[in-house]
Design a protein around this ligand. Structure first.
Ligand SMILES: [Zn+2]
Length: 493
């Protein structure tokens, strides 16, 4: 719009008229001296898990092992069928943080941001940085600078924040540039001062910031391209799964897939552009293309590693019944191909019991110690699906391998006493459970280290995807404006 950033944008007057003219608009202006913000104890933003994603999720090769645990509030039912090939570029809602007891400070190079109750037309333009936090009722929005004002927004509804029309669409937060409009959503379930920060970002603009964090610099273009198609397909499925049921589709982190916001990384941007609008398809619908860092030489079926259900129970994500289930040559050279962790048997039993109690799993609780632990079942690739644990009193319980991993990691203090995967051969030795482990992550779908090994040896991304999602095809869907810092989006809703 050619605004030099110092004049009051026209939308301010629109807001003022609306605010003065109708009592229905949930805004009230409270002019306060600048620097009058309340102070509070700050905590780092955190990414607590949400039910589905955290239980089973892709993991980054670069990311630490994070112990995450789901709680399962009741929700409307998800759609029965996977999404079809999109004809337009979808907008993905990414939760980048849940912020507690700390203002969310947003900025923009223009010096202005437009703030309004979500779903309403009227709002107000604030000089940035603008500091927003949940208030006793509604929101408190404070701008910076001389004559700065603080505005109270009544109502517990979400707050929508967007750059002025004509400016680039990236909002600055915590030293990063985040594309898309922002929404703040109160989280009363997490306390009166908690809010989620969610960015709604067009798919092709979203993806480069996924790739830049999910893969290592220097990996091959085709590993990046395969990752782009997988990440796009995964995000679309999460988008379809959560539509109308939750205020975000994915989180920015290991619980879904990594996202660093805008990135200048040329390899990531090129891989997204090269594959723009391409989705992994099976049986006429998009595949939730799970992936993990390192399969350890034996992949998992998605129904074992992610969740039950028809979305997962498809050929490209299933190991059993495949003649080629055990891959020849995959991720042997990955640093996490083999590892070892030992835990005291008492500590191990304590973690399992704590997890079982918290999850309401009476069938798994009440274990007094560990006398023996053996593999109960393996899949066709040779990856353990479950373990049988016998305690000193003779009680026997069978743990799914991924549940076991989550239970152990929920009580872990770091990578030294946590399991990188559920692909373990446990044994009891000298009062400890010794886990000889393989791989990193849940093991379903694409193996990132394996993809890179293929890419480096000259295989194309379609070959990589064909190997890790057998039976699936890459198909061309619709695209909007492809990634770019100044990609123009319609303003408002
Ligand atoms: Zn592998």
């Amino acid at each position: 719009m050619g605004d030099n950033g110092w004049r009051i944008p026209a939308s301010y007057h629109r807001w003022l008229l609306a605010a003065l003219g109708t009592a229905a608009v949930a805004w009230s202006v409270v002019l306060l001296p600048s620097g009058c913000q309340g102070s509070g104890v700050s905590r780092s933003p955190s990414l607590p898990p949400s039910p589905l994603e955290s239980a089973r999720a892709p993991s980054s090769p670069a990311g630490p092992v994070v112990a995450v645990q789901p709680k399962a509030p009741e929700r409307p039912k998800p759609p029965a069928l996977r999404p079809t090939l999109p004809t337009q570029e979808p907008v993905i809602r990414v939760r980048v943080a849940m912020v507690r007891n700390e203002p969310i400070v947003l900025s923009h190079p223009s010096g202005w941001l437009f703030v309004k109750p979500d779903g309403e037309a009227a709002g107000r333009t604030f000089r940035t940085p603008v500091s927003i936090r949940p208030a006793a009722q509604g929101w408190s929005v404070a701008e910076s600078g001389d004559g700065a004002s603080r505005v109270s927004v009544a109502g517990d509804g979400p707050l929508h924040i967007e750059p002025m029309k004509g400016w680039n669409r990236e909002i600055q937060w915590k030293g990063g540039d985040w594309p898309g409009d922002a929404t703040l959503v109160r989280r009363p379930d997490e306390g009166g001062d908690a809010a989620d920060l969610v960015f709604a970002v067009p798919m092709e603009t979203y993806l480069p910031g996924v790739l830049a964090k999910e893969l290592y610099k220097g990996w091959s273009d085709d590993a990046y391209r395969a990752q782009a198609v997988a990440a796009r397909s995964y995000a679309l499925c999460e988008h379809a799964w959560w539509a109308g049921r939750r205020h975000y589709d994915v989180v920015a982190g290991q619980a879904s897939q990594a996202w660093i916001g805008a990135t200048a990384d040329a390899t990531s941007r090129r891989a997204v552009q090269d594959t723009a609008g391409q989705y992994l398809m099976f049986d006429g619908r998009v595949v939730p293309a799970y992936y993990s860092s390192c399969c350890g030489g034996a992949p998992a079926s998605a129904t074992e590693a992610i969740r039950e259900g028809s979305w997962m129970d498809i050929v490209p994500l299933t190991v059993d019944g495949r003649e080629d289930a055990r891959p020849r040559g995959c991720c042997e050279k990955a640093p996490t191909a083999r590892w070892k962790v030992a835990l005291g048997t008492t500590e191990f039993a304590r973690r399992l019991d704590a997890w079982a109690t918290r999850e309401g799993r009476k069938d798994l609780g009440g274990v007094s110690g560990v006398k023996s632990i053996t593999t109960a079942e393996e899949n066709a690739a040779g990856r353990p699906v479950s373990f049988r644990i016998t305690d000193p009193r003779g009680r026997k319980v069978v743990w799914d391998s991924e549940d076991l991993r989550y239970a152990v990691n929920a009580g872990a203090s770091g990578s030294k006493d946590s399991l990188k995967s559920g692909f373990v051969a446990p044994r009891i030795e000298g009062g400890k459970v010794v886990f000889e482990g393989r791989g990193h992550g849940h093991g379903a779908g694409m193996c990132q280290y394996g993809a890179e090994a293929m890419g480096k040896s000259g295989r194309g991304y379609r070959q990589i995807l064909a190997r890790y999602y057998p039976g699936a095809d890459v198909e061309q869907g619709g695209t909007g404006s492809v990634a770019g810092a100044s990609a123009s989006l319609p303003g408002g809703e």
